[in-house]
Design a protein around this ligand. Sequence first.
Ligand code: PMP
Length: 291
Amino acid sequence: MSLKIWIDGNLIDKENATVSVYDHGLLYGDGVFEGIRAYGGRIFENKQHLDRLYNSAKAIKLAIPYTPQQVEEAMISTMKINHLSDCYFRVIVTRGPGDLGIDPRKSKKPVTIIIADQVGVYPKELYENGISVISSSYVRQHPNACSPRVKSLNYLNNIVGKMEANDAGVQDAVMYNHEGNVSEMTAANVFVVREGVVMTPTTSCGILEGVTRNTIIKLGVKLSLPVIEKRLQRIDLYISDEMFVTGTGAEVVPVTKVDGRVIGSGVCGPITEKLMDAFHAHVRDDRSLLV
Ligand code: PMP
């Protein structure tokens, strides 16, 4: 049976789920999106994700033609019709079809798309031995460019960063902001641990404020770990005892090599492991692991 995609209230077979070639989402990356997961049929932190979606849309003056509640209901029905319960959602709102000029006023009607699909799982080995990363030479968008806090359809800066990682034969790249401080990965947030203190760049460092990041901060506090948001420099990564990255798809992934320097003991560190366990327990709401 073909996967059904929700487009503006219609559930359409994946093969026939299309948008106009004049859609400004395609022509200019003019639009916003979210990546969201459901665990056991329950959508994880959907309010936070939808808040971010609506705030991103507000920042680019895009009026989403549905209420958050309507979007959530559509997500649930898309999940159900596809018989999914552990799944990954992609919610996309494009500026809609216009003409060939960039002027958004030409696009009269935004297009909203909801995809619910299988979650791509990473090899287990990666969660034990960690990933290797490099420093990207591409600078994260300046806060006074279209803000990196907007989750827009324009991901090219991140994509060229990811290409550098691919070319270097590693899994991901760290992106630095215009001041040279650590911002985030190409599609994930970054944390380091040093002398027992968990640290992550502040929201003003050019990051997208990740929902997984927020959850890890909360869980860290719950586990009585000191967690601080601060400016981090490249050297803070090199001399960290542990490092990990967070995101909806990959959840929590240890990093064990940065620019050829081994981090900690070269495998997933104890605090990272504790936070990973707490995260897995939290998303499945299994309180036993939190005590
Ligand atoms: N930063 C960027 C640039 C991202 O694309 C993502 C993935 N949405 C994240 C961070 C992590 O955010 P979240 O935990 O909400 O998935």
